[in-house]
Design a protein around this ligand. Structure first.
Ligand code: H2B
Length: 102
């Protein structure tokens, strides 16, 4: 069964516990900055492992020292669900180990 889209109140409550993450209503987003390119690239691999574990996959855009993460739930028509919040929480939990600068 497809997960249920979250209400705006549920999204706001989730974002209150996810510093630096934001939403345009249809996606959860955050851009992380790192000390250089290799830390940013290593974060991609770490996020990819989490995504395969959760079977839930964000769009990732790797820059020189940045990684932009943007996620919604395809099976919910591109809306935000608890699966997106769970992925964001997992990413937020590992980010400090990658020398995030902002
Ligand atoms: C078959 C597989 O479980 C689905 O395609 C998964 C994979 N990753 C996914 N990722 C995202 N962001 N949304 C989905 O609905 C989704 N579905």
């Amino acid at each position: 069964m497809a997960p249920r889209p979250l209400s705006q109140e549920e999204i706001d409550a989730a974002l209150a516990e996810l510093p630096g993450w934001e939403s345009d209503g249809d996606r959860l987003r955050r851009t992380y900055s790192f000390a250089g390119h290799l830390p940013a690239a290593a974060m991609v691999i770490h996020v990819a492992r989490i995504q395969d574990e959760l079977d839930h996959h964000a769009d990732l855009l790797l820059g020189y020292n940045t990684l932009a993460v943007s996620v919604n739930t395809h099976s919910a028509g591109g809306r935000i669900t608890e699966r997106d919040v769970e992925l964001a929480r997992r990413i937020a939990a590992v980010a400090p180990a990658h020398d995030v600068r902002s």
